[in-house]
Ligand binder design. Structure first.
Ligand code: SF4
Length: 477
């Protein structure tokens, strides 16, 4: 029997081998966004559609082999900062093979000309389900060619026609979220994910989301796809999906990949009560804003199975939190830590160093915060601007012409101190927090001795390197 040709192959050019940060923490999950798109398209009658997972592959060869086998008429690329360098090359080859190419996700919306120049024909702006369905129906109706007279009537896209960029009006968001079918998970190479998780963490995990969007305005955060609104699924739809996942795949734990799991106390309470009533409790972890982690919320979460909460702390210096427009107070971060501990929940914290205005003393304030919180996990990053964010707009004159050389595509900017300062500052934080952890656990071993030697050396090095890298704007005038 002849192989059925695919109408659409969705692809995310994310390769774990190119991501040293993820390799450190090793908590990979199949891309939920593509799985949501496939589920939606199939329900809308576009059945010859599939997605391909690059996470454990070495490079694009597997993708092109898959294209040879399934000969997709259309390729849909999910674009993210870290995938842009590879995605742009893949687009050229797809076009040379005669395929239509559509791109979506956070990155193409900010780098429209770069993606269009690379050969992408249409960029989806914002939520993808309805727009991609409309584009596929359009192509099918027009013998897999673009009809530009009709294309202008599809909301939520950007394309070029006769050399002019055309942007159609934004598409309204999907409401309520419960109408979106659950992600198409069966195609994922789940066993590979499970093996990786087992090897590193001794158990398996899967991810879910209960919401889309965020109404906050942290300066460095890009919210290109779902915007500033917050929509949430009903608790019963979430728990129905959770039970289906357990029945079908039986993971040991769940990550709720929401940006703001605890934003609505009433929802959290209903969710936790329902989990207990339906005997659906399972170990899970979430991300939360600190001020939402009241004693009551923490107790409810623990009762439903939550074993760890990641808190976006970022800095121990209040003026840096204010500059980031975090709308958070250091006291709230510390209280969140206490409330989680009292409820028996582990604490993970996100910390960002190198935000403009952060002094050497501010770094000490962050360390003091970490020593007080004593988190089980610290996820450390160095500030980098993304187009489309307030942070980028504020320092646009300091953005360097070439991106980071680690292949991540991340923009670099002229930081307050020389680059080596931030490398050493990260080492100092690792050494000092590691040392404190060892002392707390009374692990008096060689590793502890090494940390005890390194920590003061790194501390001294940061002091020596804390020389302003640029003159103030006033000086330059
Ligand atoms: S960092 Fe989190 S809370 Fe802040 S804007 Fe982004 S998603 Fe919202």
């Amino acid at each position: 029997m002849a192989q059925r040709r695919l109408d659409l192959l969705l692809f995310h050019a994310y390769y774990l081998v190119n991501d040293p940060h993820e390799q450190e923490i090793m908590r990979p999950f199949p891309p939920l966004g593509l799985q949501y798109l496939v589920a939606w398209l199939k329900r809308e009658g576009i059945s010859a559609v599939d997605w391909m997972d690059a996470t454990f592959q070495d490079g694009p060869d597997d993708f092109f082999e898959r294209c040879m086998v399934d000969s997709p008429r259309v390729v849909g690329l999910y674009g993210h900062t870290v995938t842009r360098p590879i995605a742009e090359k893949m687009v050229a080859r797809c076009r040379a093979e005669g395929r239509r190419v559509i791109a979506g996700g956070p990155d193409p919306a900010q780098y429209i000309d770069e993606y269009l120049d690379a050969g992408v024909e249409v960029i989806v702006i914002g939520e993808g389900e309805r727009t991609l369905t409309a584009l596929m129906q359009h192509l099918k109706a027009n013998r897999w060619r673009w009809n530009y007279d009709a294309l202008v009537d599809i909301p939520g896209i950007v394309f070029r026609h006769r050399g002019e960029r055309v942007r159609t009006p934004p598409r309204p968001l999907i409401r309520p979220l419960d109408q979106i079918p659950w992600p198409e998970r069966r195609r994922a190479d789940l066993q590979h994910y499970f093996q990786v998780w087992q090897k590193r963490h001794g158990e398996t995990a899967m991810s879910m989301v209960t919401s889309r969007g965020c109404p906050y305005h942290c300066s460095w955060c890009s919210k290109q796809v779902y915007g500033d609104t917050f929509r949430r699924r009903s608790t019963h739809d979430v728990i129905d999906e959770l039970e289906a996942i357990r029945t079908t795949f039986d993971p040991d734990q769940i990550w709720f990949a929401d940006d703001l799991f605890t934003i609505n106390r009433g929802w959290v309470k209903r969710f936790c009560r329902e989990m207990i009533r339906r005997r659906s409790t399972i170990p899970f972890y979430v991300i939360a804003r600190p001020e939402t982690l009241t004693p009551e919320v923490c107790t409810d979460l623990a009762a439903a199975g939550c074993y760890r909460v990641y808190v976006s702390a970022e800095s121990g210096a209040q003026h840096i939190l204010d500059a980031m427009r975090k709308n958070d107070r250091v006291e709230d971060i510390l209280s969140a830590g206490v409330n989680l501990r009292c409820a028996g929940i582990e604490l993970g914290v996100f910390v960002m160093i190198g935000y403009p205005g952060e002094s050497r003393e501010d770094l000490d304030a962050t360390l003091t915060m970490l020593h007080t919180l004593q988190p089980e996990v610290t996820l450390l990053s160095v500030a980098h601007p993304m187009k489309g964010t307030t942070f980028y707009d504020e320092i646009v004159d300091r953005v360097l012409p070439t991106p980071a050389s680690d292949g991540s595509g991340r923009l670099r900017f002229e930081m307050d101190y020389p680059r080596p300062y931030y490398d050493v500052a990260q080492r100092m934080i690792w050494a000092e927090t590691g040392l404190v952890r060892k002392l707390r656990r009374r692990e008096y071993d060689l590793e502890m001795a090494a940390l005890a030697v390194k920590a003061p050396l790194y501390r001294a090095a940061t002091r020596a390197l804390a020389i302003p890298a640029r003159r103030s704007r006033e000086d330059q005038r």
